[in-house]
Unconditional design. Structure first.
Length: 487
C-alpha cells in the first residue's frame, strides 16, 4: 500500500474517506477539516447513534462513496498507541469493503500535541495489512487497498510518511521471521536470511559457524545448541553511517529459533509459541536494516546469537559447567534458562568492539511477563541517561516500557559452589531481575547498557487492529526512534 500526503483538505466527496471523532467533542465547529461533513456526522453524534468511544466503528454508505468513522475516545486519553490503532481500524474497515483508495482527513487539532501523529497513523495503517499467508495451501489475494492518502497542513507530511513506511516494513520483517515455523527457520537459514538482507543494503556481514564458534571459544552458544541437528550461528552486521572514529552502538538480540527447554523440558502447553523465541534477534536485524535505509549518521553493530534448544543425547545437562568467552565459568542449573547463555557470549563480543553503548532485546523470562503483562516490556539499565532516552522513545511511539531495578543484593542468587556463576538461581522469586543481573556480568565496566525483556509483548496472543496473533514486532519502534533521536 502506498502512503501519500497532500496539503489542504479534500472537498467531500472526492473519494472514500475515513476520519477520527472524539467522544467528548460533539461540536464539529471546532473541527474545520470536517466542515463539509458536518451535516452528515452531527446528527449521528447528537442522536447517540455514534458515541465515538475508543475504536468504535461506523461505516456509512453514501451516494458518493464510503465514509468511515472511527472513535478516538476521550480527548485527554489520546496517546500514540491510540493513533496507531485508530488508523489500523480505519484500514481494516476499508479492507472489509474492498476499498482501493482511502482518504484520511486531517488529524484533529488535539493530535498536534504529538508532532509525529501523521507518521504514527501511516505506520498503523501499514502494519494493519500484515497477514500470515506464506504457508497457506491456497494463496490469498493481495490487499484491495492500494493507497492511503493523508490530508493536512504539515510541511513535513511526505517525509514523515516515508519514514512510517520504513518503520512499518521493519516491524513486518520482524513478524515474518518470527512467524516462520522452526522447520523453516533455524540457525543456518536465519543466518542466511540475515546475511542476504544485510548485503542487499550494502552492509558488512560476518557469520560464524560451529567450527568458528569453537575456535573463538563461544562455548555457551555451543552448549545451548548441542542438542540440535541444526548447529548454532553467530551473525554480526556492521552499519557505518558516521566517521570511523566514532564508537559504535551495539545492538544484541536473542535468537533461539525454537526453545523446548532442553533437558529441563517445558510443559507442552507452553511450547506453542516457542518458535518466536528469536524475536529479539529478528528485531535487531530489522532495526539495523531500517537504520541503513534511513541513512542515520551513526555506527551500529547488530549481533545475533542463533541456536535451537532441544533435548537429545548430545544436549547440555543440568550440572554441566562451561567456560565462557569472557573466561567466567557457568554452572548450568536449568537448560531452559538458555537465552541468557547465548546473550552472555554476544554481550562479551559486543564489549570487545568498545561500543558507546550496548542494548539487548530478548524474550527472556516468563517472570517479566507475569510482572508486567502482555503489553509491557521490562527495562533494565546501568545508565540513567540511556534508560531515560529509551523511555522517551517508547512513549513517543506508543510502546510500553517499565524500568526495573538491578538489585545488588540479589547477586548472591547467582553464586555457584562449583563455578563462578549459575545460569538460573534456585529461587523462583525475582526471575527477571536475576536474569538481568546475570547478563550484567558480561558488560564491560563503565559501558552504558540496557536490557529489554520483551517476553510479554514480543508475541501477541490476542489480535488488535494493528497486530494479529503471533510475533508482534514490539521494540522496533522504540529502538528506531531512539536511534533517530541520537542521529
Amino acid at each position: 500500500m502506498r502512503l501519500q500526503f497532500k496539503v489542504g483538505k479534500p472537498a467531500w466527496p472526492e473519494a472514500d474517506t475515513a476520519t477520527f471523532i472524539f467522544e467528548d467533542q460533539v461540536d464539529l465547529k471546532k473541527r474545520p477539516e470536517l466542515e463539509s461533513l458536518a451535516d452528515l456526522i452531527a446528527p449521528l453524534l447528537n442522536s447517540g447513534q455514534f458515541k465515538a468511544s475508543y475504536l468504535a466503528e461506523l461505516p456509512l454508505k453514501t451516494e458518493f462513496g464510503w465514509l468511515l468513522l472511527v472513535g478516538l475516545g476521550k480527548i485527554n486519553c489520546l496517546k500514540p498507541a491510540r493513533i496507531i490503532e485508530a488508523a489500523a481500524t480505519a484500514v481494516k474497515m476499508a479492507l472489509a469493503r474492498k476499498i482501493r483508495s482511502l482518504d484520511l482527513l486531517q488529524l484533529p487539532t488535539e493530535m498536534k500535541a504529538w508532532p509525529n501523529a501523521i507518521e504514527l497513523a501511516g505506520l498503523g495503517g501499514q502494519i494493519a495489512l500484515y497477514r500470515q499467508t506464506k504457508h497457506k495451501s491456497k494463496s490469498e489475494s493481495e490487499s484491495d487497498l492500494k493507497q492511503l492518502r493523508f490530508w493536512g497542513s504539515s510541511t513535513s507530511g511526505t517525509a514523515r510518511l516515508k519514514r512510517a513506511e520504513i518503520i512499518a516494513e521493519a516491524i513486518c520483517l520482524t513478524r515474518r521471521l518470527g512467524d516462520q515455523p522452526s522447520n523453516y527457520l533455524y540457525p543456518e537459514t536465519f543466518a542466511q536470511k540475515a546475511a542476504y538482507l544485510a548485503k542487499n543494503q550494502g552492509l558488512k556481514v560476518q557469520v560464524l559457524n560451529k567450527k568458528d564458534l569453537v575456535r573463538e571459544k563461544f562455548n555457551l552458544i555451543l552448549a545451548v545448541g548441542a542438542g540440535s541437528i541444526h548447529p548454532p550461528r553467530l551473525v554480526t552486521i556492521q552499519y557505518n553511517g558516521a566517521v570511523a572514529k566514532w564508537p559504535p552502538l551495539a545492538l544484541v538480540g536473542k535468537g533461539i529459533t525454537f526453545d523446548s527447554g532442553g533437558i529441563s523440558l517445558k510443559p507442552a502447553i507452553t511450547l506453542d509459541g516457542m518458535k518466536t523465541d528469536m524475536a529479539g534477534a529478528a528485531t535487531i536485524l530489522a532495526v539495523i536494516l531500517a537504520a541503513a535505509q534511513l541513512k542515520l549518521p551513526l555506527n551500529i553493530r547488530a549481533i545475533l546469537p542463533l541456536a535451537e534448544n532441544l533435548p537429545s543425547g548430545s544436549a547440555s545437562r543440568v550440572g554441566d559447567v562451561y567456560t565462557s568467552r569472557s573466561g567466567q565459568t557457568i554452572e548450568v542449573t536449568n537448560t531452559d534458562a538458555e537465552g541468557r547463555l547465548i546473550l552472555a557470549e554476544a554481550l562479551t563480543w559486543a564489549g570487545e568492539m568498545t561500543p558507546k553503548a550496548i542494548i539487548d532485546v530478548a524474550t527472556l523470562t516468563g517472570a517479566c511477563a507475569v510482572a508486567l503483562g502482555d503489553n509491557c516490556a521490562g527495562l533494565f539499565s546501568n545508565n540513567k541517561k540511556l534508560q531515560a532516552n529509551l523511555l522517551d522513545a517508547a512513549e513517543a511511539t506508543g510502546e510500553n516500557l517499565w524500568p526495573l531495578p538491578l538489585l545488588e543484593e540479589y547477586e548472591e542468587n547467582l553464586e555457584s559452589h562449583t563455578a563462578d556463576l549459575v545460569n538460573a538461581p534456585r529461587t523462583q522469586n525475582g526471575g527477571a531481575i536475576n536474569a538481568a543481573l546475570f547478563l550484567q556480568k558480561f558488560i564491560p565496566s563503565r559501558c552504558a547498557w540496557a536490557h529489554l525483556d520483551i517476553a510479554g509483548p514480543g508475541r501477541a496472543g490476542k489480535a488488535r487492529p494493528s497486530t494479529p496473533v503471533g510475533t508482534s514486532g514490539f521494540a522496533v519502534r522504540t529502538l528506531l526512534y531512539y536511534l533517530l533521536n541520537k542521529a
